[in-house]
Design a protein around this ligand. Sequence first.
Ligand code: PLP
Length: 421
Amino acid sequence: MSTANIYKIMDDPNSLDIDVERVRRDFPMLSQRVHGVPLVYLDNAASTHKPTLVIDAIRRVYEQDYSNIHRGVHELSQRLTMQYEEAREKIRVFLNARSRAEIVFTYGTTDSINLVAQTFGRANIGKGDEILISEMEHHSNIVPWQLLCEQTGATLKVIPFNDQGNLAMSDVEALLSERTKLVALVHVSNALGTINPIGPIIKLAHDAGAKVLVDGAQAVAHMKTDVQKSDVDFYAFSGHKVFGPTGIGVLYGKEDLLEAMPPWRGGGDMIRTVTFEKTTYADLPYKFEAGTPNIAGGIGLGAAIDYVHDIGLKHINHYENSLLAYMTRQLLNVEWLKIIGNAPCKSGAISFMIEGVHHNDLGQYIDHLGVAIRTGHHCAQPVMQHYGVTGTARASLAFYNNTQDIDRFIEALEKAKKFLL
Ligand code: PLP
């Protein structure tokens, strides 16, 4: 169901403002008290909250339309199949993919990357070949490639980042060679907030004859992603980081590449015919979708995309950039605090440390003041190793945050410093 025209945030269509108070009312989780005080949620890079629209869409699946999809001839199955496939179409439009065949439902970013490693990777990467990743990857864009290298004898190469948190194009160029078969790169770093220049890197990789996978887990909720414009070969993201449910994600892949890749998981729904002698496979994207999928998850993700679409990624991006600038200024004013990662192009997240205070103690202390942030290695241990730390504290934004959230966060840090130091 489209939300078009039922949700109007901007009175003036030329304004890039978001009515945050109105937005916040759409997220039931945000109005609660934690430890007796109103919640300030700044852990959006870990997972985002869900608007009522998404919760209602999932509820409707189980209350009104529930059945299994794709194989039933009865009304309920057909109704739900239609909704699931409509969600796929919404995702196609969201990413500007050419065709629905290019949108594979997975369990999340991690699952999407493993799919590419075990299908494209196994079929195209062998001994002597190289896979290029960066030093700022989430573990889910490191470990699948390490496993593939162990299985095939390929070599993993790493693009370093500088202390600011930036990759240098000269390093990318220097590390690319005719042996590079794949570049797997994060779009926005979850640990540093750096936005990587994926367009120019994709171009360099293609010129060297390599394919490119981009991990978009931290990007899609914050900026417009256009897979045709960037010419990326594979793009992965998770539903739960873009206001949708957990357990659902997406792999975009160019149709010719997906077509040529062998299936990964075998089972129902991914086949055309099965005999004991030979099995033939279903058309894209079903070839990669074995078994009963997360039906409510897919439909819930479609509703989340409707919601984001109705607010508009242009507005979201503009608003979040000003909020990030505000949070950065406030944190820079705190002289006993150090920001980790100062790339000029950042999105959503700020990692930081307070000398003499363990990040976990800090996180627990400010939790008691109602402020939820993330502490630890953020599943990016190589980033921590770069800075010689075991972990950081990280505050991360969504468009439902406001300056009052940031003021409460800064006040909580002041109190934590007095108590913990
Ligand atoms: N990549 C990045 C940059 C992330 O931030 C995350 C999650 O935090 C992931 C991948 C993995 O996402 P998921 O656990 O939803 O598969």
